[in-house]
Design a protein around this ligand. Structure first.
Ligand code: BG6
Length: 514
């Protein structure tokens, strides 16, 4: 760590992951291959892995979707996607040639058994041609309502079980994983009728972020912080995932979701689990996920009568973001003019265990906020006896900046130079960009790489998805029954509705706006 003033630096460039050993040869089947997620995230991530020699020398990617396309048209679409959404500077013609050759496309309806027969034949042929060892990875990048039917058809076509005892078959399921507890349970049951839990990889891209993984390293590879990481020293924890973008072109999806389902049920609660979990015995899927689920199950349930006091929802109106005038949510294309979808949510949680009793966790996330920032801020208790009377003392903060400007900062009081005893808060900063000059692989590349290697540590387990929904279901029910909220209640470019400030002010605390 070095002591320095925090000044904003240029955005770090992305460093490709380096793999000592490539993954097993495999066929990767992407359902929803003509969609946005495939274009913007999956293909760039797979290309990133290929360029870093993380994929096996022999692999095949099969795009499956309803749109009619030839193999060549699919390749063309992929090349465009890589040039637009990958790193333009990282586009290498040589890598593209071998990557492009691995791509093929299959058109089919998700509920048509004959399409899965063709898929099976294609996979068998690829296996023979490229000796892929029968390893298969299915990726569901389709609208969630198609998940059950794809899973069922994979089962019927005898594609869900490994081909033989030396091969593996895995399935990656994208969020949203259900829209409440009953639907998440039903989806888990459908999946587990056809696949074993060990084959299912529920993806939450936040867990693939370099800085999120660093949170575990920070906590469990250093002896100095863990003794302070509890109710004796921590006053409270704040987790902010603020976005300056609006709903963009996703209104059709977002209108059915809202911030609670879109961000809090998954990304924010996963961060809570990582901040609050006990040290796992090992860094493996079983031990880490066993500790995380205990946290989610220890969060005090919201009593229906209490929801309004513990959870704040908001929706942005028109405003100014980064100097540009922007429309309110209800004016966005595809949004109903009287929409009651929340674009902001803040909540206070209590974790009922020995480590965290009486330490509030405040969470907030929203669109069209003042700036894009994701951070975890831990405020420590004040010194028990104030030696410096009549001096203003700020609390100590430990801030983990997950994005952008990735790093960790510790705020403490220092004496201002001069004859008077004056105290000023100064930061002790670690910044990825200045220390390492670059950041690691993209979240999707990290997670796909883990999945190809059979490491589920950074994926969600059925019980943790269900525990997160169980916590939030009473909130959804309360909102469904309550009178329509008075939206919009915050201006685009602000830090959210006044009620979010009041949530902390009632406890004598305030949000630490970055
Ligand atoms: C997604 C949400 O899961 O996460 C989006 O569906 C959101 O609404 C996105 O914009 C934020 O991810 P990131 O990595 O940009 O913080």
């Amino acid at each position: 760590m070095s002591m320095q003033n925090t000044s904003r630096a240029e955005q770090p460039t992305r460093r490709r992951p380096r793999c000592e050993l490539p993954a097993d040869p495999a066929a990767i089947v992407i359902f929803g291959a003509s969609g946005d997620l495939t274009r913007r995230k999956l293909l760039p991530a797979l290309y990133e892995l290929a360029a870093a020699d993380c994929l096996a020398p022999r692999f095949a990617i099969v795009g499956f979707a309803r749109s009619r396309m030839t193999d060549d048209e699919f390749r063309k679409q992929c090349e465009e996607a890589l040039r637009t959404h990958g790193e333009p500077a990282g586009f290498d013609v040589g890598t593209w040639q071998s990557f492009g050759n691995s791509l093929s496309y299959l058109v089919g309806d998700y509920d048509a058994p004959e399409a899965y027969q063709r898929l099976k034949e294609r996979l068998d042929a690829l296996d023979r041609e490229h000796q892929l060892g029968g390893h298969r990875l299915f990726y569901l990048a389709t609208p969630p309502q198609t998940y059950p039917v794809i899973v069922e058809q994979l089962g019927r076509a005898n594609l869900a079980r490994p081909k033989d005892e030396t091969s593996w078959t895995r399935i990656v399921v994208e969020k949203p994983f259900g829209r409440d507890l009953p639907s998440a349970r039903a989806l888990n049951q459908q999946l587990l009728r056809v696949f074993d839990e060990g084959q299912v990889y529920r993806i939450d891209h936040y867990l693939g972020k370099e800085t999120v993984q660093n949170l575990l390293v920070f906590r469990f590879a250093n002896g100095i912080f863990e003794p302070l990481w509890n109710r004796n020293y921590v006053d409270h924890v704040q987790i902010t995932a603020a976005e300056s973008i609006g709903v963009e072109r996703r209104a059709a999806f977002y209108e059915t979701a809202g911030a609670l389902r879109d961000m809090m049920q998954n990304h924010l609660l996963q961060l809570v689990a990582l901040v609050a979990m006990e040290p796992p015995a090992k860094f493996d899927a079983l031990a880490v996920r066993n500790e995380k689920i205990k946290v989610l199950q220890s969060i005090r349930p919201f009593e229906p009568a209490d929801v309004a006091k513990q959870v704040v929802r908001g929706q942005y109106g028109p405003g100014t973001v980064n100097g540009t005038n922007v429309a309110g949510y209800r004016e966005e294309r595809g949004v109903r003019p009287d929409s009651t979808t929340e674009t902001f949510v803040a909540a206070r949680l209590w974790i009922d265990n020995w480590r965290w009793a009486d330490v509030p966790f405040y969470l907030r996330t929203g669109k069209r906020l003042a700036r894009q920032v994701t951070q975890i801020a831990v405020q420590f208790r004040r010194a028990p006896h104030i030696v410096f009377r009549n001096r203003k003392l700020d609390p100590n903060w430990l801030v983990l900046n997950l994005q952008p400007d990735e790093g960790i900062s510790l705020a403490f009081g220092a004496k201002l130079p001069g004859p008077e005893l004056q105290i000023q808060t100064v930061p002790m900063d670690f910044r990825y960009s200045t220390t390492f000059g670059e950041v690691g692989a993209s979240a999707y590349a990290t997670l796909l790489n883990d999945c190809l290697r059979g490491d589920a540590t950074l994926f969600d387990r059925a019980d943790s998805v269900e525990a997160a929904w169980a916590l939030l279901d009473p909130v959804l029910q309360d909102w469904a029954e309550a009178p329509a909220p008075e939206f919009p209640n915050y201006a685009a470019g602000s830090w959210g509705p006044p009620a979010a400030e009041e949530l902390l002010a009632r406890d004598g605390r305030y949000w630490r706006n970055p």
